[in-house]
Write a protein that binds this ligand. Structure first.
Ligand SMILES: C[S@@+](CC[C@H](N)C(=O)[O-])C[C@H]1O[C@@H](n2cnc3c(N)ncnc32)[C@H](O)[C@@H]1O
Length: 191
């Protein structure tokens, strides 16, 4: 079974995109006036649709065709423009900016709850100079209260800024957000 088929199965019962990430919506001030954004492994598009609703030209990338279809239907219903790209970010070569339709690099890149270390190390190549990355991954401490996600999907304490090495940290928080222990990084692509 491919990653796409596996994730399609998980999205079978989904009808709606779900809410946007509070980490991203709480960065609204930073994103204000941002012309374009890409959300990587953004699933059914709750966050991507919120970005689009802010007037940002938004591209949603995910391996699940089913998730992308849910996002597209919701975008149509809400009168929002959303570009979707189906790609396997782990086994395919990383898509280039041009392949994903982000001329000259995106002004924002969002990746939440999807850990593929080479992807995080390549975020600077997807961003325009001065562009902002918002990355949220649960840490291994999350296992103290939650059996999932499993260890392969979790960062070690202090690891996230190192993984996004090509970017300059703007803010980095690690701790309990509700019942989840998360690393939350906002970083900027050098100009
Ligand atoms: C835990 S969900 C997170 C979804 C969303 N980012 C969020 O925070 O709610 C992981 C997402 O990664 C996608 N995904 C898993 N493997 C992938 C891959 N190899 N390439 C691209 N997307 C993938 C899944 O389809 C799913 O939407």
């Amino acid at each position: 079974m491919t990653a796409g088929e596996r994730w399609d199965a998980k999205y079978t019962d989904w009808r709606e995109p779900g809410p946007p990430s509070d980490f991203v919506t709480s960065s609204a001030e930073l994103l204000a006036g941002c012309p374009s954004a890409v959300e990587l492994a953004g699933g059914a598009g709750g966050t991507a649709l919120w970005l689009a609703s802010q007037g940002i030209d938004t591209t949603l990338v995910d391996v699940s065709g089913r998730a992308l279809e849910i996002a597209r239907v919701a975008a149509d219903e809400r009168g929002l423009r959303l570009r979707t790209v189906q790609a396997d970010l782990e086994s395919d070569p990383l898509p280039t900016v041009d392949e994903l339709g982000g001329e000259g690099g995106w002004h924002a890149a969002v990746c939440t709850n999807f850990l593929h270390r080479p992807l995080l190390g390549a975020l600077d190549a997807l961003l325009a100079p001065g562009g902002i990355a918002l990355v949220l991954i649960a840490t291994v401490d999350n296992l103290l209260h939650n059996p999932r996600p499993g260890r392969p999907f979790l960062v070690k304490r202090g690891e996230l800024p190192e993984l996004c090495g090509g970017l300059e940290p703007v803010s980095f928080e690690e701790g309990w957000f509700g019942r989840r222990h998360e690393a939350r990084l906002v970083a900027r692509c050098p100009s």
